[in-house]
Design a protein around this ligand. Structure first.
Ligand SMILES: Cc1cc2nc3c(=O)[nH]c(=O)nc-3n(C[C@H](O)[C@H](O)[C@H](O)COP(=O)(O)OP(=O)(O)OC[C@H]3O[C@@H](n4cnc5c(N)ncnc54)[C@H](O)[C@@H]3O)c2cc1C
Length: 414
């Protein structure tokens, strides 16, 4: 038998749970279903801290059943098709119809897009906070000096700062255990700048210069030869570097190889297959929504938020904190008055740049990439969050996880 929901949500991650909880908090009589295959819900922002040995991985996960709102119905299954013309979704075991659909299955990590990465990742000295932060900490802890290479893929990928944050923490650790003098920290990024918000970029360059990190711009990771410990990059003609150092470089097939003693990677981030193959996406395969209302551009009863949407901002949980209230207000208004609400999303996203143990900078910005610090930071006696501050570290390590589990996932706006 086909089940019908007034509001059906695909994905019980940050976006799916925040939205479901908030909808039901505003109107407990809504009939809400959630499709989610996983038994666990993860707080991924703390994985940076796990990778640096300063947070327990177990504490970043909770049973899915404990975060699904009591009055929502959970289908523990995987969505496999969406038919927007028939208002239907199928999963491996069932099919459903909906009045409103909220698409929030996040994104997929596709290691196979980098030759040699599927075999190398999370083994030996190759690690990634995106896949196994415990392994990252093992690699950093056991590093004895040499080249510590950190890579950043082309956009889009989740959490703009995550590829850098772990590097700053690793560098701080190398200093603490007194191996910094025999270590070369190299940051090979596919971008041509370290961050697109001017105030934050200035601070990050200050940090990079203080730590003598060699930054290689316009370097895109293409291949890994894990036995030889060489990472191969395609360089664009604009490639440049900051804080140049002498390195063992190889050249082959238009690629430049860097020999490493440890390597942190970010596997390419792509849309999930069932999304890419559905009729609701743009050319790149992300769900095609209006950037301000988050309503689908063609199907008025479909909304998308979180990593799977094509809104042109940094894919973060912080962005979802501001997206969820817009989706909720719009659906509630559509149900009652058949029109959208006045609430709009301005592209807000934020990135907590940890620059060392006990230090952080908080990048908050909108679609225009303007720095827009939250006025509430003043209550924490933080005058300028574009500068490193120990209180911001307290926010990241203690306050934000508390707010996430106890307020945001419960649908409260903070
Ligand atoms: C290392 C790292 C550091 C980060 N740091 C920060 C940070 O400091 N601050 C910040 O704000 N953000 C950070 N992020 C990003 C943040 O975690 C993500 O942007 C956020 O979790 C995205 O939420 P989402 O709901 O879109 O996807 P997710 O939270 O990934 O959830 C997607 C859910 O959909 C489910 N799903 C997948 N496929 C299907 C399917 N076919 N059917 C049904 N369900 C499905 C999954 O099981 C999952 O539960 C970080 C991420 C990483 C990896």
């Amino acid at each position: 038998m086909e089940m019908h929901y007034q509001i059906h949500i695909i994905g019980g991650g940050t976006a799916g749970i925040m939205t479901a909880s908030s909808l039901l908090r505003k109107n407990p009589s809504l009939h809400v279903g959630i499709i989610e295959p996983s038994e666990k819900h993860c707080y991924q922002p703390a994985w940076t801290l796990v990778g640096a040995g300063t947070y327990n991985y177990e504490k970043t996960q909770r049973p899915m059943a404990s975060v699904i709102p009591k009055n929502a119905e959970w289908t523990k299954d995987q969505a496999i098709t969406i038919d927007p013309d028939k208002n239907s979704v199928t999963t491996i075991n069932s099919s459903f119809t909906y009045e409103y659909l909220i698409v929030a299955p996040g994104l997929k990590l596709e290691a196979s897009l980098v030759e040699g990465l599927p075999e190398a990742i999370d083994k030996g000295v190759v690690c990634s906070n995106y896949t196994n932060p415990n392994h990252t900490w093992n690699v950093i802890k056991n590093f004895k000096g040499g080249v510590a290479l950190f890579t950043q893929p082309p956009k889009p990928y989740k959490c703009g700062g995550a590829p850098q944050k772990i590097m700053y923490l690793a560098d701080d650790h190398f200093k603490k255990v007194d191996i910094k003098s025999k270590t070369k920290v190299v940051y090979a990024t596919a971008a041509d700048l370290v961050f697109s918000v001017k105030e934050i970029e200035e601070t990050l360059y200050h940090v990079i210069d203080r730590k003598h990190i060699n930054v290689k711009f316009n370097y895109e990771l293409k291949k890994i030869e894990s036995e030889k410990q060489i990472a191969w990059f395609a360089l664009s003609t604009e490639s440049k570097e900051r804080n140049p150092i002498t390195l063992e470089l190889s050249k082959k097939d238009n690629l430049v190889g860097i020999t490493y003693n440890m390597l942190h990677v970010v596997p390419p981030n792509v849309p999930p297959d069932f999304i890419k193959n559905s009729p609701i996406v743009d050319e790149a395969g992300w769900v095609d929504v209006d950037p301000h209302s988050l309503q689908h551009k063609k199907y008025a009863n479909i909304f998308a938020l979180g990593d799977v949407s094509n809104v042109p901002t940094s894919k973060t949980g912080a962005a979802i904190r501001k997206q969820a209230p817009v989706v909720v207000a719009n659906i509630i208004r559509l149900i009652g008055l058949q029109k959208l609400s006045d609430k709009t999303y301005d592209g807000y996203s934020s990135c907590p740049f940890i620059t060392g143990y006990g230090k952080m900078v908080l990048a908050e910005f909108d679609y225009s990439k303007k720095f827009i610090p939250d006025p509430k930071l003043k209550l924490m006696l933080i005058k300028d969050s574009s500068k490193e501050h120990w209180r911001l570290w307290i926010l990241k390590k203690y306050v934000l996880p508390y707010l996430y589990w106890n307020k945001m996932l419960k649908g409260m706006e903070i």
